[in-house]
Design a protein around this ligand. Structure first.
Ligand SMILES: [Zn+2]
Ligand SMILES: [Zn+2]
Length: 342
């Protein structure tokens, strides 16, 4: 049997839509019909920039998938054909040091769905059944965007920043991850300031719960944040943009004891050269956050089921339009999150 898939060959070149063999299902695996796959800025780092390198050439990209189980391996007992599922894209080994200390997102033998094993810009995918998370029947396949943007936000807020009720937080960038960060930060009881250069994105940021939305092209972010916080600054900043000047603004806006959590990055953009005393005086921390765990994906699915968060899917593209979707994302023309529906 053949399927259509979007495969990466070369940096700076379009993904090629090709007919390839549907992969065979191993005893502990499931074959999914892909129903949605979020288009993430990390794809840009692979396909346009070459900042990240895929595990093989050609590589089926796409790491934010949902699907329906259409076939199960002989040993799989905990899922059924017909189940709606998400694929946890950080596929840990379960036995290395980091897996055993509940840091499976730092697994030494990680398989990344859509990075180094074939991903979700495809009609079908095979995946180890233990990496699946069941979706309740009432939830749409658009929930694919929880796989990366939801999990990454949940992990950064609860595990890395440990945001507490009553704290103030700034979300730098109201893109796919930023919109999830806003919602989960609000659930944590924090006051949320969203920063972006695009009015449409800021409107959506307010709609999903941001208390203040600041357009950094029109207003001085530092002045605004100081006004809103009685001149103390914010307790936590989540940086999803990754330019030298956005890192700098983020550091400047931190309160004493504040923490900067870095999620976004760009080629040839480095952290500002700062003297340690600038951090020590404030006892400020610079932290980083990397994706999240299977358990965290289950928790964000549960938040969606209880209508505590909403999906911000704003654009849908066919598999054949994947390059158009990527180019629009790269140009800042996607408000919310785009998904590919193969
Ligand atoms: Zn991603
Ligand atoms: Zn491991």
């Amino acid at each position: 049997m053949k399927m259509r898939a979007a495969r990466f060959y070369q940096v700076g070149k379009d993904l090629k839509i090709e007919k390839v063999a549907v992969p065979k299902v191993g005893p502990n695996e499931a074959l999914l019909k892909i129903k949605g796959c979020g288009v993430c800025h990390t794809d840009i780092h692979f396909i346009y920039e070459g900042l990240l390198k895929p595990g093989k050439i050609p590589q089926i990209m796409g790491h934010e998938p949902s699907g329906e189980i259409v076939e199960l391996g002989s040993h799989v007992q905990d899922h059924n054909v017909g189940d709606k599922v998400l694929i946890h894209f950080y596929q840990s080994c379960g036995i290395c040091h980091y897996c055993l200390i509940e840091k499976e997102n730092l697994c030494l033998n990680l398989k990344h769905f859509g990075f180094n094993v074939d991903g979700g810009y495809s009609e079908y995918a095979v995946v180890g059944s233990r990496h699946l998370v069941k979706l309740p029947e009432e939830i749409s396949y658009d929930a694919c965007i929880l796989v990366d943007s939801g999990v990454t936000s949940y992990h950064a807020i609860t595990k890395v920043a440990k945001l507490k009720p009553g704290e103030t937080t700034m979300i730098m960038g109201a893109g796919g991850v930023g919109l999830m960060l806003i919602q989960i930060a609000k659930l944590s009881g924090a006051e949320v300031f969203a920063i972006d250069v695009n009015e449409e994105k800021l409107k959506l940021a307010k709609k999903v719960g941001a208390d203040k939305a600041i357009n950094s092209r029109k207003k001085d972010v530092f002045d605004e944040v100081m006004n809103f916080t009685d001149k103390t600054g914010v307790d936590a900043v989540f940086e999803t943009v990754g330019f030298e000047n956005t890192y700098e603004i983020s550091l400047n806006c931190l309160s004493r004891g504040g923490r900067l959590v870095i999620i976004g990055y760009q080629p040839e953009n480095y952290l500002p050269r700062i003297h340690p005393i600038q951090l020590i005086v404030k006892e400020a921390s610079i932290l980083t956050s990397r994706a999240g765990t299977h358990g965290e994906l289950k928790k964000v699915v549960d938040l969606l089921r209880r209508e505590k968060i909403q999906l911000t899917v704003t654009d849908k593209f066919k598999l054949e339009q994947v390059n158009e979707a990527l180019s629009k994302l790269s140009n800042g023309e996607i408000i919310g999150r785009a998904i590919i529906v193969p």
